[in-house]
Design a binder for this molecule. Structure first.
Ligand code: RP5
Length: 190
C-alpha cells in the first residue's frame, strides 16, 4: 500500500488506498507502522495541522498525514477509517473547517479513538467547532480547541493514549510537562 509519511508535504493524490480487512489487529506494531493518522479535509488545513505532525515527530511517534474529505472524497474517508485498526493505527486525528464532518464520519467507521480539530473558518471556527463537537450519543469524537492549539493538543492527547501502554512515551510526556513548567516559572515581565 502506498503510504505517505508526513515530512514537509501533504499528499493530495493519489489517495492512499488501504487493504480491506475485517479483522482488528490484536498485536502492537513493532514499527515503523503508523500509530497515529492525521487527516484533514483540505490542503488549506495543513498550515495549522503541521503542528500536530510536528508534535508527534518531536515525541518520536510514527504517524502519517493525508488530505481526505467527508464531503469531497467520502468513500476514501470511510475506507481509511474502516481499515485503520487492522493496519495498526491506534488513534485518528480528523481536522476540518466549516461544515466540519470529517472527524464524525471517521468515527462512524471505526472504534478507534478519533480526535477532532476544528479549523478556523469564515465564521472564525465556531461552525467547525459545533460541527465537530456535537456528535450524537454513541459515536464519540474527542474535540479539541479551534486551530493550532487544538492541533498540538490533539497530538499530545494521542500520545497520552499511546502512553498508557508505553512507559517510554509516558516518561517523554512527563519530561515535556516538567520542561513547560520550568519555562513558565522562569517567565519574567518588563
Ligand atoms: C473543509 O473545508 C476543509 O477542512 C477546510 O477547512 C475547508 C475549506 O477547504 P478548501 O476550500 O480550502 O479546500 O472541508
Amino acid at each position: 500500500m502506498p503510504k505517505s509519511k508526513s515530512k514537509s508535504k501533504v499528499p493530495v493524490s493519489p489517495r492512499p488506498r488501504v487493504p480491506a480487512s475485517g479483522q482488528a489487529s490484536q498485536r502492537r506494531p513493532v514499527s515503523p507502522s503508523s500509530l497515529v493518522a492525521v487527516l484533514m479535509g483540505s490542503k488549506s488545513d495543513w498550515d495549522v495541522m503541521r503542528a500536530a505532525s510536528q508534535t508527534l515527530k518531536d515525541f518520536g511517534v510514527p504517524h502519517e498525514s493525508h488530505v481526505m474529505s467527508a464531503h469531497r472524497t467520502p468513500t476514501d474517508a470511510a475506507e481509511f477509517a474502516a481499515n485503520a485498526d487492522a493496519r495498526g493505527i491506534e488513534v485518528i486525528i480528523g481536522a476540518a473547517g466549516g461544515a466540519a464532518h470529517l472527524a464524525g464520519v471517521l468515527a462512524a467507521h471505526t472504534t478507534l479513538p478519533v480526535l477532532g480539530v476544528p479549523m478556523t473558518s469564515a465564521l472564525n471556527g465556531l461552525d467547525s467547532l459545533l460541527s465537530t463537537v456535537q456528535m450524537p450519543g454513541g459515536i464519540p469524537v474527542g474535540t479539541l480547541a479551534i486551530g493550532k492549539a487544538g492541533a498540538t493538543n490533539a497530538a499530545l492527547l494521542a500520545i497520552a493514549i499511546l502512553a498508557n501502554s508505553r512507559p517510554e512515551l509516558k516518561k517523554k510526556l512527563r519530561d515535556f510537562r516538567a520542561e513547560q513548567e520550568k519555562k513558565i516559572r522562569a517567565t519574567t515581565l518588563d
